[in-house]
Write a protein that binds this ligand. Structure first.
Ligand SMILES: Nc1ncnc2c1ncn2[C@@H]1O[C@H](COP(=O)(O)OP(=O)(O)O)[C@@H](O)[C@H]1O
Ligand SMILES: [Mg+2]
Length: 351
């Protein structure tokens, strides 16, 4: 059996920010949306969201968010807590009404709620299960609601595929977080929807169950389903996503394939090792005035500097840096996705 431990590996985005804790300066010239829109985007768009706005009273939750999800792909909706992920998913699920913006799923506009609900399956962050019912009873109840005839065989398959057979006849009140999430998934898949929307499916799951969940999501893609999965941590879903949309404060800061994001900074970072790392602040002042420097952060031995075009910018950067500080070494650095993610969100704050 699995160990259904809670929250052991839920690495929050905030923790990542806290962990890095670098002083960081960034600059971007083009507004991020123009910069990133539709990069390496080839497939059919099954979910289109443009200029989505939503206010809850004084809270401006979505501020012109955009999102484009390709057919038969796994797409990550990534952002820190409060970024607007759940609001976006609730709008796509027709549970929350947006103030304005363009939203369509498989060409169906949001206002045609019933048609949309036919083609989507939604797994909320906390599936609302009736405590006294078992998973099987929940599925039978929902099958009736959907008007699904002869759902018995489908329910048996779902219980088996989601590893719920052993607990299928126990009340859900006694389920672990993982079991509840898998029951939520079974409910979402009951009517065999084309699009599956998952709100933080991995949160609260231990690594073994996460792996199981990832496999389930990958299998859905194999079957040609289109999956939108939100998470506050890019790394939780990075392996399974074809593309991701990174959001912050209700707006899209990047939308691209994982491959392209990985190559986004590529080797465009140079680590400058200084004889006197204590003087890094002064060098940071000088280098941040260079127009091709897009990001500088302090490291234990000196600075990490990101530039636009490594071929032409690195030599000039090294000349300027050596003229202003004694360097012990320079080293091109490939940034991790985590760092790229942090840079993008940091850049957004400085716009
Ligand atoms: N029903 C609500 N009423 C008021 N504010 C809300 C409501 N739902 C969400 N918010 C606010 O909207 C913002 C986005 O929330 P949410 O979409 O839940 O973000 P995320 O899922 O990325 O954590 C947050 O500031 C949150 O506090
Ligand atoms: Mg949420």
């Amino acid at each position: 059996m699995y160990n259904y431990g809670l929250c052991s590996t839920t690495l929050s985005f905030i923790v990542i920010l806290g962990r890095t804790g670098y002083e960081c300066r960034t600059r971007i010239e083009t507004p991020p949306e123009q910069d990133v829109k539709n990069r390496s985007f080839n497939g059919d768009t099954l979910i289109t969201v443009d200029n989505l706005e939503k206010r809850y009273g004084k809270v401006h939750a979505l501020r012109g968010l955009s999102l484009h999800v390709e057919k038969a792909s796994i797409h990550g909706l990534i952002g820190p807590n409060g970024a607007g992920k759940s609001t976006t998913i609730k709008i796509l699920s027709t549970l929350v009404r947006p103030d304005s913006g363009l939203v369509s799923l498989n060409g169906i506009p949001l206002k045609e709620g019933a048609r949309i609900r036919d083609i989507i399956g939604v797994v909320p962050e906390f599936p609302g299960l009736e405590k006294t019912r078992s998973a099987r009873e929940e599925l039978e109840f929902h099958a009736k609601l959907y008007g699904l005839k002869e759902a018995g065989a489908r329910i048996r398959i779902l219980l088996r595929d989601l590893g719920l057979e052993d607990v299928a006849d126990r009340p859900t009140a006694g389920y672990s977080t993982g079991m509840k999430k898998r029951t939520g998934m079974a409910l979402a898949l009951l009517h065999d929807p084309e699009i599956i929307l998952l709100d933080e499916p991995m949160s609260g799951l231990d690594p073994a169950i996460r792996k199981q969940f990832r496999d389930i999501i990958l299998k859905l893609k194999e079957k040609g389903k289109t999956i939108l999965v939100s998470d506050h941590d890019l790394f939780t879903v990075e392996e399974i996503c074809d593309r991701v949309t990174i959001i912050e404060n209700g707006i899209t800061v990047a939308e691209d394939s994982i491959k392209a994001l990985n190559g986004l900074s590529g080797n465009a970072c140079l680590e400058l090792e200084m004889r006197e790392p204590a003087a890094a602040g002064q060098l940071m002042e000088v280098l941040s005035a260079l127009n091709y420097v897009t990001n500088i952060s302090k490291r234990s031995k000196g600075l990490l500097v990101r530039v636009r075009k490594p071929e032409s910018d690195f030599p000039s950067l090294i000349r300027t840096a050596s003229a202003n500080a004694e360097l012990l070494g320079v080293r091109p650095v490939k940034q991790s996705l985590e760092e790229i993610f942090l840079n993008i969100t940091e850049e957004m704050k400085n716009v």
